[in-house]
Design a protein around this ligand. Structure first.
Ligand SMILES: Cc1cc2nc3c(=O)[nH]c(=O)nc-3n(C[C@H](O)[C@H](O)[C@H](O)COP(=O)(O)OP(=O)(O)OC[C@H]3O[C@@H](n4cnc5c(N)ncnc54)[C@H](O)[C@@H]3O)c2cc1C
Length: 433
């Protein structure tokens, strides 16, 4: 009997420290340095944030998603989930703890597929939190279906020359390098004909046409770039992994990234539930507190149950990843987590907002940002519909069609079989069945 829902006391102490540290030291950064997590540290920001990173390192909590060979603790996904749900409260926390998306996923694939030279050049500074990276895959005409991508890399002597357009390349303006997915062989299927390249952002021909903001972002703070790769020439050793390996690399990257988002979403949704409960207990109307109204009790109960279901699902999936050490084996559950995640955050944040009345929809409370965040989760790393299709296909693999026109659970046939099986006990009762 190995089922156990308890956190070991030693690690719980670590989590308690992280919780207090994030609430007291890191969450305030969201207010004093908003939208600047991915801007390389300098000046006063470096002075304020570097000691916090040092404290995290000192506690052994820096980049815990990585194995010891890469400077992390090798805690595995389950422990990471418990930590990440604390970090999810704050935009800055993942950066302060060295585990922010998209850099975690990018670091993972360089660690997995990179040459020693690539690791030295890109991975180490990424792990040290000294530079940022960008994953440049989606194109203006196609996102959810990567087989439609057109950006082309052509071999020219010792170089590759990349041409094409990429859309929604997050953090491109502050990233030191881009991981670009491009067609290298148009004559074979996309699954064999695309490759990944490591491209320094200052390479001639990398033209960031504009940086797009999400709804509600202050003007000028957009961070999702439309990029024109215009005859971008990179040496042969810019290829990440083998030629034609882009799909395999993308799956490695997105599997980890998706579950890490889900872990942090637990923290954000819990923050919304906390706020909902505090407000319900604080506000009086029509002779009683909001917490005494059955509608509001329903909001709280539904939110609590939805969060608990989601949390168990995420922790279970994290446990599976640790157990199998292979994202592919856990694809169904990662996709299921990804598919329900936007709804969980949306529903809880929406109810919390409603309970706060007019104040809830203002820019003095964080609910609208959470709801936008939920919408983003339904798209980034693939739309919900595509993940649901993945879940359904994987689930269906375990089933067979019925052998005749009647379902296998068709009661008349089952009853007939049951009666035959227990005939000797039913002599006197069969007439009543
Ligand atoms: C905040 C944010 C950050 C992002 N960051 C990055 C990044 O760093 N790098 C990067 O490369 N990309 C990034 N993306 C892009 C993201 O991966 C794409 O938005 C996503 O893959 C969907 O592609 P699309 O927007 O082109 O939508 P489309 O592919 O045009 O799909 C539009 C809609 O069609 C429906 N649909 C699509 N396919 C199916 C299907 N098979 N079955 C049923 N319905 C379907 C869905 O409703 C879907 O939302 C980011 C997106 C967001 C919102």
């Amino acid at each position: 009997m190995a089922w156990d829902f308890e956190t070991d006391p030693e690690y719980q102490k670590v989590l308690d420290w992280a919780d207090e540290f994030v609430r007291n030291e890191v969450e305030p950064l969201d207010l004093v340095f908003p939208h600047q997590q991915f801007v390389p540290l300098e000046g006063r920001r470096r002075e304020a944030i570097e000691p916090l990173k040092q404290e995290v390192r000192h506690r052994g909590l820096w980049a815990t998603h990585l194995g010891p060979e890469l400077g992390g603790q090798g805690y595995g996904q389950l422990k990471l989930a418990l930590l990440n749900e604390i970090l999810g409260r704050s935009q800055w926390a993942p950066v302060v703890f060295g585990c922010q998306a998209p850099d975690t996923g990018n670091a993972e694939i360089i660690a997995h597929y990179g040459t020693e030279e690539q690791k030295k050049r890109y991975l180490q500074p990424l792990l040290d939190g000294e530079l940022f990276s960008c994953y440049s895959m989606t194109e203006p005409h196609a996102g959810a279906d990567p087989t439609m991508f057109k950006t082309r890399a052509v071999r020219d002597g010792d170089d590759w020359v990349i041409n094409g357009w990429k859309f929604f390349s997050s953090n491109a303006t502050t990233a030191s390098f881009l991981i670009v997915m491009a067609v290298t062989n148009p004559d074979v299927s996309a699954y064999q004909g695309m490759s990944m390249f490591l491209v320094p952002t200052d390479t001639p021909g990398v033209k960031i046409e504009r940086s797009i903001g999400l709804y509600g972002d202050p003007p000028g703070t957009g961070s999702h770039a439309l990029i024109h790769y215009d005859n971008v020439r990179v040496p042969a050793d810019a290829l990440l992994g083998g030629e034609g390996q882009a799909f395999a690399i993308a799956q490695t990257r997105l599997g980890g990234g998706r579950i890490h988002h889900a872990m942090r979403t637990i923290g954000l949704a819990r923050k919304a539930l906390d706020m909902m409960c505090e407000r319900a207990l604080s506000r009086q109307t029509q002779g009683s507190r909001l917490s005494d109204k059955q509608f509001v009790q329903g909001y709280i109960a539904d939110s609590y149950a939805q969060l608990l279901q989601f949390r168990l699902m995420v922790l279970y999936t994290a446990w599976e990843i640790d157990k199998y050490n292979d994202y592919k084996k856990v694809r169904k559950d990662i996709a299921a987590v990804k598919a329900v995640m936007p709804t969980v955050l949306h529903d809880i944040a929406w109810r919390a907002m409603q309970v706060h009345g007019a104040l809830g929809v203002t820019d003095e409370m964080p609910f609208m940002g959470m709801i936008t965040g939920a919408a983003v989760m339904g798209l980034a790393d693939g739309p919900t519909e595509v993940h649901k299709a993945t879940v359904a296909k994987q689930v269906l693999r375990d089933y067979q069609p019925s052998t005749d026109v009647w379902p296998s659970e068709w009661i008349p046939r089952k009853r007939e079989a049951a009666v035959a099986k227990y005939a000797e006990y039913l002599e006197h009762e069969v007439g009543n069945l």
